[in-house]
Design a protein around this ligand. Structure first.
Ligand code: MN
Length: 251
């Protein structure tokens, strides 16, 4: 049987150590093709570049960089550039956690989201440290999950969002199936003057104050476990539909 075709992207860019660790580990699972942004695209969410052309450059065997977003990469690869349809899309390994409310900002998760929209089983993988020292751990976890998903499949319209503690593999406290938590950043807007005296602004701040409620992704990684969150395409608030219906909004 032909090897499974695995498409890898990320949002930290083609030269990110997390990308190469992931690609190397996945070579044992299938035929790996990398389409990744030419520079960091963290927090670009699910953006696509529709107002300018996109350029693709081959940088190695089955390795390509794109001057676009993670979603651009997946779209170009699947719709145009790959010779076959991927059996799996994996996005990562991100430098830094993608937990709770991070998901809507994340370029890493968006890469997997696009794969899901295209009907391909998709996984986003993040190392929870912004200065990772144990990228091999997340790579091993990714390879295991990839093999599992290729064997067992994923439900339609679902992606897996995976966060891995930055510890040696043997020190992981197992895996937890989790819910998406909540955590807001303490945003700080830095205001300065440019050389011509015009104000500019830079969005900064500190990491979310972990609420770490039971069963969440925040809690799992705080306990040293791999967090695996199934994320559904449909984010409708089912519980409130009847409430809204009863309000009888008249137009
Ligand atoms: Mn990133």
């Amino acid at each position: 049987m032909a090897q499974p075709l695995i498409l890898i992207t990320n949002d930290d860019g083609i030269s990110s150590p997390g990308l190469s660790a992931l690609a190397s580990a996945l070579e044992a699972v299938g035929e790996v093709w990398v389409y990744a942004p030419d520079r960091e695209q963290s927090a670009v969410s699910h953006g696509i570049s529709i107002h300018r052309p996109l350029r693709v450059q081959e940088v190695g065997e089955r390795r390509f960089m794109v001057d676009g977003t993670p979603t651009d990469c997946v779209m170009l690869a699947v719709h145009e550039l790959l010779e076959g349809r991927p059996d799996l899309v994996i996005s990562g390994i991100n430098n830094g956690a993608n937990l709770g409310d991070d998901l809507t900002y994340s370029g890493t998760v968006a890469g997997a989201h696009e794969g899901m929209l295209l009907g391909i089983p998709s996984i986003a993988v993040s190392n929870i440290s912004y200065q990772p020292e144990q990228m091999g751990t997340a790579a091993r976890v990714a390879a295991k999950l990839a093999a599992h998903v290729l064997e067992e499949g994923l439900p339609d319209d679902t992606l897996l969002n995976v966060n891995v503690p930055d510890v040696p593999y043997e020190e992981l406290k197992g895996a937890a199936i989790t819910r998406m938590g909540q955590g807001t950043y303490d945003v700080e807007i830095v205001t300065r003057k440019d050389p011509r005296g015009v104000s500019y602004y830079w969005i900064g701040g500190t990491s979310p104050q972990d609420v770490a409620r039971p069963g969440t992704d925040h809690e799992a990684v705080a306990q040293g476990r791999v967090s695996i969150t199934p994320i559904h395409r449909d984010v409708t608030d089912d519980a409130s539909i009847s409430v809204w219906e009863q309000r009888r909004i008249e137009l």
